[in-house]
Design a binder for this molecule. Structure first.
Ligand code: OSB
Ligand code: MG
Length: 382
């Protein structure tokens, strides 16, 4: 029988038991600098958090949805509605995690809502055993490669400044956001200044197939990849574009499940996949996707959604899974926030790697006074 999850067998069978307390919280943390993309400019991170408490253990999940539907169709409010009304009612104490995930399969889409609650359940299961999440999943600890995603800048000079800083910090690759009017010339300027840099561009769906000739002008800059050049929900047209470009394409927005990844691989829609566990329905689906991609010769990396320290810690744990062979969008905490709600924050070693925190579960702890400072609302469900 094909297993339904990537969990070790013993964990797949074990009943979850009663969870004493379940809360949904919303936080809003100001960014150090606004983050611009072709679809939106965000000046703060507003996130829905799931907090579970049981037998003295506190576990957390973070929903990657924004308050707006500009990156994805889900929002903080839609995710809260789905979690409260359709996901939490399935948390029956006699069910194992695999059983709970199975019962959620009836809920179509809403991957970000599912991931948030799955994150918290995995954190709880790991903490009950005193294990870091990667160990619970059966993956040895390792040092994690780092990458940085630089938002759209006002000028090429400002962009070169940002890239210079990133290179000095030791990031293993730099991603720059592009959009119509800020693409070929801007990428060219960065490439001329940094001829050897592992550089990629992310368009967040700003182009159409009719722009093929224009996008082909990026080929001369030897980018490691171009991320989601075409529509947020397209897989097929990317295959037509990929056939015309030398540069590898990478899908982000349009991949929501292992089946989507399989379609993209079969169609040759790209040569790389950005796996955001929050976008694909959680860490277990992400692990399965990475495994399928590895078996198909498609390298993957962990994307980010400018998460608070909770989500970033989960993304770090995920990157111990087989298949994550490229640097992800996991950057230092100080680049996003003056103050984050967790400790320890993410800091790069001199060689640009990130160490996995040794603590149980996600490895980070929420600091109550800081949570309070950035809290918008807190609702006790159980
Ligand atoms: O397209 O990868 C993206 C942030 C928010 C929404 C979409 C994207 C991003 C990033 C930043 O590129 C990733 C990060 O630093 O967490
Ligand atoms: Mg992207």
């Amino acid at each position: 029988m094909v297993k339904n999850t990537s969990l070790p067998d013993w964990l797949e069978m074990e009943p979850l038991g009663v969870i004493e307390k379940i809360e949904l919280l919303t936080v809003r943390l100001p960014f150090v600098a606004p983050f611009g993309t072709s679809v939106a400019v965000w000046s703060c991170k507003e996130a829905l958090l799931v907090r579970l408490e049981d037998d003295g253990i506190v576990a957390w999940g973070e929903c990657v949805a924004d308050p707006d539907p500009y990156y994805a169709s889900e929002t903080t409010v839609s995710a809260r509605f789905i979690i409260k009304n359709f996901l939490l009612p399935e948390l029956k104490p006699g069910l194992s995690l695999a059983g709970i995930l199975g019962s959620w399969s009836r809920v179509r889409g809403n991957e970000m809502a599912k991931a948030a609650l799955e994150n918290a359940l995995l954190d709880l299961l790991a903490k009950r055993r005193g294990l870091p999440l990667h160990a619970l999943l059966g993956f040895p600890s390792k040092r994690i490669m780092s990458g940085i995603s630089i938002g759209i800048q006002e000028s090429i000079e400002k962009l070169l400044e940002k890239v210079t800083e990133a290179v000095a910090s030791g990031y293993h690759r730099v991603k720059m956001k592009i959009q119509h009017g800020k693409d070929v010339e801007w990428v060219g300027a960065v490439r001329r200044r940094f001829p050897e840099l592992a550089l990629m561009a992310d368009a967040n769906g700003d182009y159409a197939l009719a722009d093929t000739g224009h996008l082909a002008r990026l080929d001369e800059f030897e980018l490691t990849m171009i991320e989601q050049p075409l529509s947020y929900h397209d897989i097929y047209q990317h295959s037509l574009l990929q056939a015309r470009l030398k540069t590898p394409l990478c899908l982000d927005e349009s991949i929501h499940s292992v089946d989507d990844a399989a379609a993209a691989i079969a169609l040759k829609s790209g040569r790389v996949i950005n796996i955001k566990q929050g976008r694909v329905g959680g860490i277990l689906e992400a692990v399965k996707m990475a495994r399928l991609c590895a078996a198909s010769g498609i390298p993957v990396w962990s994307g980010g959604m400018d998460e608070t320290g909770i989500g970033r810690a989960l993304n770090i744990q995920l990157q111990t899974a087989p298949g994550f062979t490229l640097p992800g969008d996991t950057s230092e905490t100080s680049r996003y926030f003056h103050e984050d709600i967790v400790e320890p924050g993410v800091v790069l070693a001199k060689d640009g790697f990130i160490e996995i925190p040794p603590g149980p579960g996600s490895g980070v702890e929420v600091i109550p006074e800081r949570l309070e400072r950035y809290l918008l609302d807190r609702e006790e469900i159980v």
